[in-house]
Design a protein around this ligand. Structure first.
Ligand code: NAP
Ligand code: GLV
Length: 310
């Protein structure tokens, strides 16, 4: 069996090659990048595979995304229409995502930014915490990562509400779905966490009308994809103070250009797409187990539905 690794970062290519070689010692694992000679492989693993991979390397039976998201593959016009696409499921990302979101929600609920401001001004003043029961935290997207985030926040006693495309039932979470329930979902979110995949249906979903449905003074946390948001509309809501803050881990253009207004906006907190990074050792174990199943003709989970886009 031959496995090709295609990743824009050399260090990741090397790591994946080493892990997969250890896990599947009978396989020949090799890295490929544009400009390399043509070859043959049974399986491909990677991030942002260019169209060239699929013309240069023949025989690929399935492509494994080295991330949870697959927009980096489906946005590639050269991706063969009938090639199965399999994504990472958790593989150590759910805990990272939960920690990232817990940190933000706790900072917001406990008004840490105002205390930091007071410290700079040498002000000793106790701030009234908002009633916990009215501090609704919304998680938009209740998949592998969203459900883990919702569960972790609910475990801390926050009233958590979740939103998904199809109806879900999760103990302790008020679940909403479909267009008709979106206004009621948004109306109860003091903090809204975006955990949606980027698809045709979610691109530019978060615009002026959407943001206007959040309670005044709400916070937005985007750990999904930047293109879910219409940036000018978000900036307008932040400028006016209608939205109290935004924590952004992902952007329409990454790295975020140096001159972008988000960098210096007093209501924006930025991290460079690190909310949940791919842990290669754990991810390689998941991919190797799935390859072994496919070789036995068994079904695997995490198969992307191309018509839904996730
Ligand atoms: P997932 O398991 O596929 O879950 C997707 C969830 O979104 C599902 O609950 C799905 O609804 C819901 N959804 C999809 N389209 C929708 C729509 N149009 N309206 C409402 N709900 C919709 O994905 P995941 O593993 O949780 O990952 C989510 C995303 O996180 C990834 O796609 C990726 O973009 C992002 N991510 C970011 C980082 C980072 O470091 N920032 C790291 C990893 C992943 P159903 O339940 O009805 O199917
Ligand atoms: C990261 O953004 C991922 O999709 O895994």
């Amino acid at each position: 069996m031959r496995i090709v690794i295609s990743h824009p970062k050399a260090a990741n290519r090397e790591l994946w090659c080493a892990e997969m070689t250890t896990l599947l010692p009978g396989a020949t694992v090799f890295a490929w990048q544009p400009g390399d000679p043509p070859g043959q492989a049974d399986y491909a693993i990677g991030w942002h595979p260019g169209a060239a991979l699929f013309t240069a390397v023949s025989g690929i039976k399935a492509f494994f995304s080295s991330g949870a998201g697959v927009d980096h593959v489906l946005g590639e016009p050269g991706y063969p229409a009938d090639l199965p696409l399999i994504r990472l499921e958790d593989a150590g990302m759910a805990r990272q995502m939960a920690e990232y979101c817990i940190y933000e929600v706790i900072r917001i609920y406990h008004q840490r930014e105002r205390y930091e401001q007071q410290q700079r001004q040498h002000v000793w003043r106790e701030l009234e915490p908002p009633p916990r029961t009215g501090f609704g935290v919304g998680v938009m997207g209740l998949g592998v990562l969203g459900a883990a985030v919702a569960g972790a926040l609910s475990g801390l006693g926050y009233p958590v509400r979740g939103y998904s495309r199809s109806p879900r039932e999760i103990a302790g979470i008020a679940c909403f779905s479909g267009d008709a329930e979106l206004p009621r979902f948004l109306a109860g979110c003091r903090v809204l966490i975006l955990m949606l995949p980027l698809t045709a249906a979610t691109t530019a979903l978060v615009g002026r009308d959407f943001l206007a449905q959040l309670p005044a003074g709400a916070h937005l946390v985007n750990v999904a994809r930047g293109a879910l948001i219409i940036e000018d509309d978000l900036l307008a809501a932040l400028d006016s103070g209608r939205l109290a803050g935004a924590t952004l881990d992902v952007f329409g253009q990454e790295p975020l250009p140096g001159g972008h207004r988000f960098w210096d906006h007093p209501r924006v907190r930025i991290t460079p797409h690190v909310a949940a990074i791919t842990l290669v050792a754990e991810s390689a174990r998941q991919v190797a187990a799935k390859i072994s199943k496919l070789e036995l003709g068994e079904p695997v989970s995490g198969l992307v539905d191309r018509s839904r886009g996730y």
